[in-house]
Design a protein around this ligand. Structure first.
Ligand code: SAM
Length: 295
């Protein structure tokens, strides 16, 4: 039996065997610490009947640890040069399937329908390429895939923004976009030393567990997110000033906006960063009616 892939020695040997050179533009920082990988998989609570979806398997460090516990692993990898390496390193694990695709362009639902019909639950587990963490997370959430959640490694600073609570400086439209769909928690802080090459920033693992229904029920989701974005457009401004300057017709409708804030029980002098998701929900429903938009 081979030693785990995620050790400095075996990783080096694999990279040398294939003459592989890292592409910074693809966010290639490979994990070389089996302990960290096992803890990531622990947080995902993968059982023997679970399916695991990975984004960016690299040479298979995390894929291997997932394969040891899951019934099936499907991994999306953009870099063609990694395919022959993965077919070598994953040869002991026939229940691992590699899809050569950019995750942002992939029809993930169709892949899951075809390849994951026989599993009890589905979890996304990944050490994400840092140049596209947010688009990947948002794509997987917005497509309402039949997943239980995600446990993913990403830049510590982004993990903190995603899981931030109202009233903190990290709280913003990203926190709300993700927490609308999930309960978010930073579960690990990870040092740079467990990657080759070492990234420039600190890393963290975040766990996102999908809610049964969104955190707040709103009449119009698109409008809700528009209001959230508008409320944070200039962090130093009050919610009233941000809404009047960012919403279409906002200036001429200042009084209406003030009225909606008061109906929603929100002081117009507060800043967006102090509003809870529930408050944004109330406010966007009030504004929707007054701005005569369709629900
Ligand atoms: N999972 C491996 C590990 O932990 O050692 C590698 C993680 S590395 C941070 C990110 C991986 O994502 C690389 O293998 C990279 O080629 C791949 N990748 C980058 N952009 C991608 C995309 N848009 N779609 C799929 N894979 C991508």
């Amino acid at each position: 039996m081979n030693k785990d892939i995620a050790t400095p020695l075996r990783t080096k040997a694999i990279l040398e065997k294939y003459g592989f050179s890292f592409k910074k533009s693809l966010g290639q920082n490979f994990l070389i610490d089996t302990n960290i990988l096992n803890r990531i998989v622990d947080h995902a609570e993968i059982g023997e009947n679970s399916g695991a979806i990975e984004i960016g398997p690299g040479i298979g460090a995390l894929t291997e640890q997932l394969a040891k516990r899951a019934k099936k692993v499907v991994a999306f990898e953009i870099d063609q040069r990694l395919l022959p390496i993965l077919s070598d390193t994953m040869s002991p694990y026939p229940h691992v399937e590699i899809i050569h695709s950019d995750i942002l362009k992939a029809d993930v639902r169709e892949v899951l329908d075809k390849k994951m019909d026989n599993v009890e639950d589905l979890m996304v587990v990944a050490n994400l390429p840092y140049y596209v963490t947010t688009p990947i997370i948002m794509k997987l959430l917005e497509e309402q895939l039949p997943i239980r959640g995600m446990v993913v490694m990403l830049q510590k600073e982004v993990a903190e923004r995603i899981s931030a609570k109202p009233g903190t400086k990290e709280y913003g439209s990203l926190s709300i976009a993700v927490q609308y769909y999930t309960e978010a928690e930073v579960v690990m802080i990870v040092p740079k030393t467990v990657f080759v090459p070492q990234p420039n920033v600190d890393s963290a693992v975040i766990r996102l567990l999908k809610r049964d229904k969104p955190a707040v029920e709103v009449k119009n989701e698109e409008f809700f997110f528009e209001i959230v974005r508008a409320s944070f457009s200039q962090r130093r401004k009050t919610i009233l000033n941000n809404l009047t300057s960012s919403l279409q017709d906002g200036k001429s409708k200042k009084e209406i906006i003030e009225k909606c804030l008061s109906e929603a029980n929100i002081d117009p002098q507060r800043r967006g960063e102090t509003l809870s998701i529930a408050e944004f929900g109330r406010l966007s429903d009030e504004l929707l009616d007054r701005f005569n938009l369709k629900s």
